[in-house]
Design a protein around this ligand. Structure first.
Ligand SMILES: NC(=O)c1ccc[n+]([C@@H]2O[C@H](COP(=O)([O-])OP(=O)(O)OC[C@H]3O[C@@H](n4cnc5c(N)ncnc54)[C@H](O)[C@@H]3O)[C@@H](O)[C@H]2O)c1
Length: 300
C-alpha cells in the first residue's frame, strides 16, 4: 500500500504542545502536512499560559525538514487559530480538536467554575475551531475533523462529572457534523484515547504508563483524516496499539397497548425493557431509532 501522505494539506492540532497533540503534530508533519501547532501552554488544571510548548514542537518539526507554525491562543478563541492557518498557509483541511484540561472533583465538591471551564475548553473550544474552519471546508469540498472524547464520557468515571459531560457532548457534536458535512466530503469522527501524559501520570502506575505511548494513538488520527478514508460519525477507542469502533445497542423493547400504560405495566414487562440477550438492534440514525416507537403504533 502506498504511503498516506498529506502534502499540500494544512492541519490544525489544538493542544499540540504536549502529550497526544504533540504526537499528532509530529505524525502529520512526517506525512508532509503543514501543521498549525496550537497550545495555550497552561497547567493541566487550566491555569496560566506559556508559548514554549507550542514553539518547541514547531522547532522540532522544522528541524526535521517539515513545515509548521505556532499559535498560542486558547481554543476558546478558535477562530484566531483558523486565521493563523489561513494567514500562514492559505487553507485549512484538517482540524484535530485535542486541547484539554482536568478539574476532577466529586460532584458534591464541584464548583460552577470547575463545570464552566471544562465546558469552555473542551466543548466550546472544539466548536469554535470547527465552526471557523467549516466554511473553508465546505467551499473546497474537503475536510476532516477529529474530536477527542474519553472513556470517562462513554462510561462515566468517579470525580469527572464535568469532564464526562464535555467528552460525550463532543461525540454528539461529531455525529451531527458528520451528517451535515457528508455531502461536502467533510468527515468527522471521535476518538477516546488512552495514553501516558500529564493528565494520566497521576492516576496510573509507571509500568503501565510506559506502554501507553501517545505515538500508538496518532496513526488512527492520520488514517481517519486522510482523503482516502470515508469513515464518518464514528467513535473509536484507541490505545496500546488497539483500535475499536463503538456503536449503540438497543433491546427489542417493551411495547404496551396505549390504554394500558402505567408504572405497574412497565414494572411487569421490565425484563423486556432491559433484555439484551436477543433481538437487539443497532440504530445508526434518528430515522432508524424512530422504528422502535413506531413499531408500537398499532398496539391498541
Ligand atoms: N491521555 C489520555 O489517556 C486521555 C484519555 C482520554 C482523553 N484524553 C484527551 O486527550 C486530549 C489530550 O490530552 P493529553 O492526555 O495529551 O494531555 P496534555 O495535558 O499532555 O495535553 C493537553 C494540551 O492541551 C493544552 N491546552 C489546554 N487548554 C488549552 C486551551 N484552552 N487552548 C489551547 N491549548 C490548551 C495544554 O497546554 C496541553 O499542552 C485531551 O482532550 C484529553 O481530555 C486523553
Amino acid at each position: 500500500m502506498s504511503d498516506l501522505r498529506f502534502d499540500d494539506k494544512v492541519v490544525i492540532i489544538t493542544g499540540a504542545g504536549n502529550g497526544l497533540g504533540k504526537s499528532h503534530a509530529l505524525e502529520f508533519a512526517k506525512r508532509g502536512a503543514k501543521v498549525v501547532v496550537n497550545d495555550l501552554g497552561g497547567s493541566a488544571f487550566g491555569d496560566g499560559a506559556d508559548a514554549a510548548p507550542a514553539q518547541v514542537v514547531v522547532d522540532e518539526i522544522k528541524a526535521a525538514g517539515g513545515e509548521a507554525v505556532a499559535n498560542f491562543d486558547s481554543v476558546e478563541d478558535g477562530d484566531k487559530i483558523v486565521q493563523t492557518a489561513m494567514d500562514t498557509f492559505g487553507r485549512i483541511d484538517v482540524v484535530v480538536n485535542n486541547a484539554g484540561i482536568l478539574r476532577d472533583k466529586s460532584f458534591h465538591k464541584m464548583t460552577d467554575d470547575d463545570w464552566d471551564l471544562i465546558y469552555r475548553v473542551h466543548v466550546k473550544g472544539s466548536y469554535k475551531v470547527a465552526h471557523a474552519a467549516w466554511p473553508h471546508m465546505r467551499e473546497q469540498q474537503y475536510g476532516r475533523i477529529i474530536n477527542t472524547a474519553s472513556a470517562a464520557g462513554i462510561y462515566g468515571n468517579f470525580g469527572q462529572a464535568n469532564y464526562s459531560m464535555a467528552k460525550l457532548g463532543l461525540h454528539g457534536l461529531t455525529q451531527t457534523l458528520a451528517i451535515e458535512g457528508q455531502k461536502r466530503n467533510i468527515f468527522v469522527n471521535s476518538i477516546a484515547p488512552i495514553a501516558a501524559s500529564r493528565l494520566t501520570e497521576t492516576v496510573m502506575p509507571p509500568d503501565i504508563l510506559k506502554n501507553l505511548k501517545p505515538e500508538y494513538v496518532s496513526p488512527l488520527v492520520s488514517y481517519l483524516c486522510h482523503e482516502s478514508s470515508t469513515e464518518t460519525g464514528g467513535l473509536f477507542e484507541v490505545g496500546c496499539g488497539w483500535f475499536a469502533k463503538l456503536r449503540w445497542e438497543r433491546t427489542n423493547g417493551l411495547g404496551l397497548p396505549v390504554d394500558n400504560i402505567s408504572a405497574e405495566s412497565i414494572s411487569e414487562g421490565w425484563d423486556a425493557v432491559v433484555d439484551f440477550s436477543e433481538n437487539t438492534t443497532h440504530p445508526a440514525g434518528t430515522q432508524e431509532a424512530m422504528m422502535g416507537p413506531m413499531s408500537n403504533l398499532q398496539n391498541k
